[in-house]
Design a binder for this molecule. Structure first.
Ligand code: IMP
Length: 557
């Protein structure tokens, strides 16, 4: 066959192969290469999203109902890119979000997610004041120069400092000491912040001003991290560098570990997700709060979002069980009008009309998922909801025409589910996958020698009593009288977020390698689906073996 007559469907043949063929390798070789790539036989069985879902209009499908067909690939998994844009100004390096649930995401989880290039949504089952300080903690974490370091005053007792460390869950104990005007007096070293010195005053225990290392603010203006990095190399044993102005007033603090992490980041494939000021990204959930007359409390909602924005929040999520509802639409519109540029996530929906409704109200990214969550009983209690893959396909059609993103929320139990979800969406939200991590709120409990953490639905009775009833359209004052749509459960304690994300990212990259997709846009464009039989599902898992584990996965614990 002459090359000009090659069918258009040959998309993956590479330049090198053509040149080799022109150089004298028989055309039969090319024919062989071609038939390995795309064939009409494949096309009859493995279908792109449109023909596949059109062929299944009367059956709602979820992740395990389908599998993806492999395609010719010249992409190595490790070379695939996972960056995603959820809204103007909201870019992630990893398309994974930790759920805004009170047993999943507070500042510690959000920090770990952002450091991995992902995003955490801080839940709203807490006082507004506390949610604001959780956001601040994320935004102030490791951004090289800590501009507002926590300070102590010379007259404070060490006991008071200890109390502050415990109450605010600080992971450090060394504090600059300043006078009323902000002038630096010394450094309180961590090794004296101990119960045995509780009755001593800070002034008796500090390292005095003339013995601590400082740098002038104007000296670091150009490239603070390189300057601080050089300082730590030149001063072995010094781990903190304080920044002062010409009047010796404190303006910031570098710690060696922060600086080292940031210099390391420059080499990492998946860089932390940061805002334009180099702070970690952070999201926060807001609720469609109603006043005592049952009307949306506009002032309260706008003031809440305003306070979050002041703390530097990158995105707010209007999180409810039924996003295609008047109150949620009005809440989104209220926030959009008050904060024209703020990225807004809203949900949850499972219909095209629901996506259009929230997009028209001003949302940038729409959460899709009603009933797939591991702790969720919505489908059982209300008889409502759509299996996740069909819901994603239907909503993705509307999202494309409205130019908004889709986030697959709930039901993810393995990395393969994420690959399938990303064929139709821009990111996934996981609750259960992260609930056993040390970074999730809550203590580890031991039962029969096994270690667990609590994981509960935000629509469980206990969570609704703690504040989330509005998410399920119930009164916050009488949650005990309603039917819960979630359960309280336990998750086995797992390794850290770093360990879990490494596994998930590895799986996503493998999936992309099998499909020859270099990035997420190519994954969405190339995916070919086929239904799996119950026997096929059994075949997909390990079977007919006794599994033995000799290699150990680093758990990070
Ligand atoms: P998972 O990742 O399968 O554990 O699901 C987490 C998702 O379930 C969350 O992001 C929410 O969208 C959803 N969810 C959280 N709490 C409840 C509940 O009580 N009932 C129903 N869905 C819930």
């Amino acid at each position: 066959m002459h090359p000009n007559k090659l069918p258009k469907s040959i998309r993956f043949i590479s330049f090198v192969q053509i040149r080799v063929a022109f150089d004298g390798v028989p055309w039969a070789f090319i024919d062989m290469a071609i038939s390995r790539e795309i064939s009409d036989i494949d096309n009859r069985f493995y279908k792109a999203a449109d023909p596949f879902f059109a062929a299944h209009p009367d059956q709602a499908l979820t992740y395990d109902d389908v599998t993806l067909a492999t395609l010719y690939s010249d992409i190595l998994p490790r070379d695939t890119q996972l960056d995603t844009t959820l809204a103007d100004g909201l870019d992630l390096n990893i398309p994974v979000i930790s759920a805004d649930m009170d047993t999943v995401t507070e500042s510690r989880m959000a920090i770990a997610m952002a450091l991995n290039g992902a995003l955490g949504l801080i839940h709203y089952n807490m006082e507004e004041r506390q949610q604001l300080s959780e956001v601040s903690r994320v935004k102030n974490h490791v951004h090289g120069l800590i501009q507002e370091p926590i300070k102590v005053s010379p007259d404070q007792l060490i006991g008071d400092v200890l109390k502050m460390v415990e109450e605010r869950k600080f992971e450090f104990r060394t504090f600059p000491v300043v006078d009323d005007s902000g002038k630096l007096l010394g450094l309180l070293p961590g090794h004296v912040v101990k119960q045995r010195y509780a009755k001593r005053k800070v002034v008796e225990s500090l390292t005095p001003r003339d013995q601590i290392q400082t740098i002038r603010k104007k000296e670091i203006a150009k490239d603070p991290i390189t300057r601080a990095d050089k300082f730590f190399t030149d001063h072995p044993g010094i781990h903190k560098l304080l920044v002062v102005d010409d009047d010796d007033k404190l303006h910031g603090l570098f710690t060696m570990s922060d600086v080292e992490r940031i210099t390391q980041e420059k080499k990492a494939q998946f860089k932390p997700a940061r805002d334009s000021k180099f702070r970690l990204v952070c999201g926060a959930a807001v609720s469609a709060t109603r006043n005592m007359f049952g009307e949306l409390d506009r002032d309260l909602i706008v003031a809440h979002v305003g306070a979050l924005v002041e703390r530097g929040v990158d995105v707010v999520a209007v999180s409810t069980a039924h996003g295609f509802s008047k109150g949620v639409g009005e809440t989104v519109k209220m926030i959009r009008d008050a904060f024209p540029k703020l990225p807004i996530i809203a949900g949850n929906v499972t219909s095209a009309a629901g996506v259009e409704f929230l997009a028209d109200a001003g949302a940038n990214a729409i959460k899709v998922g009603q009933g797939p969550g591991s702790i969720c009983t919505t489908r059982v209690v209300a008889g409502v909801g759509i299996p996740q893959l069909t819901a994603l396909y239907v909503t993705a059609q509307a999202a494309a025409s409205k130019r908004v993103s889709i986030i697959a929320d709930g039901g993810i139990t393995k990395s393969g589910d994420i690959v399938k979800a990303l064929t139709l969406s821009q990111a996934v939200i996981c609750g259960g996958m992260f609930a056993g991590c040390p970074e999730a709120p809550g203590q580890i409990m031991e039962i029969n020698g096994k270690r667990y953490k609590q994981y509960r639905g935000m629509g469980s009775l206990a969570a609704m009593k703690a504040g989330s009833a509005a998410r399920y359209g119930h009164s916050t004052t009488t949650p005990a009288k309603v039917a819960p749509e979630g359960v309280e459960a336990l998750k086995e304690a797992t390794g850290s977020v770093d360990v879990i994300l490494t596994q998930l990212i590895g799986g996503i990259q493998s999936g992309m390698g099998y499909l020859g997709a270099a990035n997420l846009a190519q994954l969405r464009q190339k995916a070919r689906f086929i239904r799996v039989s119950p026997a096929g599902i059994r075949e997909a898992g390990t079977h007919d073996i006794v599994e033995v584990k000799t290699g150990r996965v680093e758990t990070g614990q």
